[in-house]
Write a protein that binds this ligand. Structure first.
Ligand code: PEP
Ligand code: MG
Length: 325
């Protein structure tokens, strides 16, 4: 199996009926970087910067952050890398940070909320990212944004840091693209405002699905109560893909859904053309896509999401399609 996947490394990722699908990798540490070469991925679709913070015993200094970010850009060479600013709080805990007592940490003071309230930390991280990308392209996304105003504030911090670096005669990135992580359902009802502002978006289906169904992503007891391939989540995901296309903005899906072949099949069927996967999922998902008659599965799925007689979940239907495909 593994050899079979390795043989696919240089095969362009195009469906059987000729539609190119970009596959990127999710990463977060130096050890992830060799996977870019191994898989031949198009880039890093999600670099989770908090992992460096989570395995450290104290806040990593700006210089240590800068070194990691530079190593990531070096390893990716000309391929795009999407860095996500710190996503701490909720399920992502820093052992050395004073624990904040919260009844519902997943809904609490976390990610960009914390970043905007304590801008010192966010500012120094952004400075490290900008400096690591001197002369290169920098792509940034902010986690857990729930209102466009938060995106505006976060972008403003990036602009201020750019001005600061320019004023002090530092080198600058050749280009800075600023996007958003789409993982809080409230953003589904601000998509026009959002896509008018962002350079690109990345869908965090782990959190989006958790919040849509009000079911803890880490709690096996409630995880079985709903299926991400059920119409409510599929419609939400399709709405995002359609809106991104209408605005001509790039959208990648980087949650774990993209790392499971049947779920990845559903995602391309509803319009996603860029997926970001965990390294182990790369081979199986690519092998599935190379075999796929995309037009056929899209034609199968579209009417179901519009019809009154919809199935409770698309899973059995997609499964039998995949078996025959
Ligand atoms: C997500 O929420 O889907 C995601 C990609 O981010 P994380 O799993 O790190 O929350
Ligand atoms: Mg998330």
């Amino acid at each position: 199996r593994l050899e079979q996947y390795a043989a696919l490394r240089d095969v362009p990722c195009v469906t059987r009926d000729g539609v190119p699908i970009e596959l990127h990798l999710n990463a977060g540490l130096l050890v992830d970087l060799p996977h870019i070469e191994e898989t031949g991925a198009a880039g890093i679709g999600l670099f989770r910067t908090e992992l460096q913070f989570m395995i450290a015993s104290a806040f990593p200094r700006t210089n240590e952050q800068l070194k990691l970010y530079r190593a990531v850009l070096d390893a990716a060479e000309d391929r795009p890398v999407v860095f996500r600013t710190l996503d701490i709080g909720g399920d992502k805990v820093l052992p050395y940070m004073r624990a904040i007592e919260e009844e519902n940490p997943a809904l609490g003071w976390r990610a960009i909320r914390l970043g905007l309230d304590r801008p010192g930390l966010l500012r120094s991280q952004i400075r490290a990212l900008l400096r690591a990308a001197t002369g290169r392209e920098l792509r940034l996304i902010f986690p857990m944004v729930s209102a466009v105003e938060e995106f505006d504030k976060a972008r403003h911090i990036v602009e201020r840091e750019l001005t600061h670096l320019r004023r002090h005669g530092h080198g600058l990135p050749e280009r800075v693209l600023i996007g958003v992580m789409l993982e809080v359902p409230a953003l589904l009802f601000q998509l026009d405002q959002l896509f008018a502002r962002v350079d690109f978006a990345s869908v965090g289906s782990n959190d989006l699905v958790q919040f849509l169904y009000a079911a803890d992503r880490g709690n096996a007891r409630v995880a079985d109560r709903f299926d991400p391939l059920a119409p409510p989540s599929m419609r939400a995901l399709k709405l995002i893909a359609d809106k991104a296309n209408a605005f001509g903005k790039q959208v990648t899906l980087c949650g774990e859904l993209a790392s499971r072949p049947l779920e990845a099949l559903a995602l391309v069927a509803i319009g996603y053309r860029k997926l970001s996967l965990s390294p182990a999922a790369y081979g199986p998902v690519k092998a599935m896509l190379l075999q796929l008659d995309l037009a056929a599965v899209s034609a199968l799925v579209a009417p179901l999401l519009d019809s009154a007689a919809e199935p409770a979940t698309l899973r059995p239907l997609l499964k039998s399609f995949a078996e025959k495909n």
